[in-house]
Write a protein that binds this ligand. Structure first.
Ligand SMILES: Cc1cc2nc3c(=O)[nH]c(=O)nc-3n(C[C@H](O)[C@H](O)[C@H](O)COP(=O)(O)OP(=O)(O)OC[C@H]3O[C@@H](n4cnc5c(N)ncnc54)[C@H](O)[C@@H]3O)c2cc1C
Length: 400
């Protein structure tokens, strides 16, 4: 593994830092600090995306000819690290990280021209219509049916856990177009507008009282056939191609390091009957264990970057980082609750709404602790559950 940082990449880090200092508005910074999920408040995330897009930095991972930056893998990693350090709101991934790369790889030229500029500039907000009740891990069993009628498909069925369906104006969806044969061979990938007649949306309120996910119902919804990506009944190929972007290349360590640093500051301000919490040996032991695990994860993520830089496929390492990253995130949110004690139990979700002027009860650092803890219970489920990731490792690495 080559860990050397050439001089030009160090100056690139300075360039990114200067840009962030000059362009992050107070509202966007504030929203970034209050984030309690992998998803940010829509308005602030989209405002931030447009600022990045004006600079040409909204989608560094896209090929240059489609609006990417042409950066090296290391430059992209530096950029991602600096965004985390500056606590910017994470960009909403369904367009930039899923639909966009998928259209670049599998869409027609017409689809690319129509959709990609609007994804980059945040004019369209996409949601992902894959999962259905009873079809999550076993996605190929999905039942939402699309029947051909003239130039259109008519869709009936339902999708569930669709993140931000109630904010999105577009959806990429998997539908069944053939009922016989192998389940994977009867699926088609479609793009559709969320305001079409026959679509209804029911938000699902999470443990943290935030309606992030939805159930979407389709009642005779008409979608033009030209909105199909790939061939009819070959949507599984497109879906799998998209999942490589959803699951691959995500870095957890930079954000986990930032969160551990914050917890240390919180502990320095907490008093127990024996003195400062940061001197408590039991607390120190828990922190040290997490720091060692995050460091180990960081090195694994470096191995992935090193493999990608050398044009190699990191293989099942991305399943490993998904498991470790999400389980460490859950453990860190637990330590944060433990560190704050009773202060973490003051429930004031309204104070997390950007622009809310209500006075905060207790220390500001405690505001996000409980909502983040509750929200992060889901991260070992979405994007392919951790049990499913373990299955991938068992098969691909251990040959079981
Ligand atoms: C917060 C959140 C956001 C989401 N956003 C979206 C979205 O935007 N769009 C979308 O389409 N979907 C979304 N999902 C759905 C997500 O992809 C599914 O929840 C996930 O794939 C698991 O499917 P399931 O919920 O049906 O559980 P199931 O597949 O029924 O699994 C139930 C349990 O069985 C285990 N299990 C299942 N199969 C296996 C196996 N082969 N080996 C070992 N264990 C197994 C699972 O790990 C889990 O613990 C989201 C989910 C969450 C929680």
């Amino acid at each position: 593994m080559d860990l050397q940082v050439p001089e030009q990449e160090a100056s690139f880090r300075d360039e990114v830092r200067t840009f962030l200092e000059e362009n992050l508005t107070d509202e966007i910074r504030e929203a970034g600090k209050m984030v309690t999920s992998v998803f940010s408040p829509v308005k602030e995330a989209m405002d931030w995306q447009r600022i990045l897009n004006d600079k040409g930095w909204a989608a560094p991972h896209w090929p240059k000819e489609f609006g990417g930056t042409g950066w090296s893998v290391t430059q992209r990693a530096i950029f991602a690290e600096e965004l985390v350090r500056a606590e910017t709101p994470p960009l909403i991934p369904m367009g930039l990280h899923m639909c966009g790369p998928c259209l670049i790889g599998c869409g027609t030229e017409e689809q690319q021209k129509e959709y990609l500029p609007k994804i980059l500039n945040g004019d369209d907000l996409w949601c992902q219509g894959y999962s259905e009740p009873g079809s999550g891990s076993d996605l190929a069993s999905l039942k939402t049916f699309a029947e051909k009628d003239g130039d259109d498909y008519i869709i009936n069925g339902t999708k569930i856990w669709t993140t931000y369906a109630h904010h999105a104006n577009k959806m990429f969806a998997l539908v069944r177009t053939r009922k016989d044969g192998k389940p994977q061979q009867g699926i088609t990938f479609l793009l559709l507008d969320m305001d079409l007649p026959g679509i209804s949306i029911e938000p699902i309120v999470g443990l943290d009282e935030v309606p992030e996910q939805c159930q979407v119902f389709f009642d005779n919804v008409r979608v033009p056939q030209k909105n199909r990506v790939g061939e009819e009944n070959d949507g599984w190929t497109v879906a799998k191609y998209l999942l490589t972007f959803e699951r691959g290349g995500q870095e957890y360590a930079p954000s986990l390091h930032v969160q551990l640093e914050k917890i240390k500051v919180m502990a320095s301000r907490q008093q127990t009957v024996f003195g400062s919490l940061q001197d408590d040996p039991v607390w120190q032991y828990k922190l040290a264990q997490l720091e060692a695990d995050v460091l180990a994860l960081e090195f694994t993520e470096m191995r992935i970057k090193s493999a990608l830089s050398a044009g190699k496929d990191p293989g099942a390492l991305s399943s490993m980082t998904k498991i470790l990253g999400t389980e460490l995130l859950q453990a860190i949110t637990e330590l944060r609750i433990e560190t704050l004690g009773a202060q973490a139990t003051i429930w004031q979700p309204q104070a997390l709404v950007p622009g809310d002027e209500q006075p905060i009860i207790g220390p500001e650092c405690a505001l996000t602790a409980m909502p983040y803890y509750l929200n992060s219970r889901a991260c070992s489920i979405y994007g392919g559950s951790n049990e499913v990731q373990r299955g991938i490792i068992a098969k691909a690495v251990l040959g079981l």
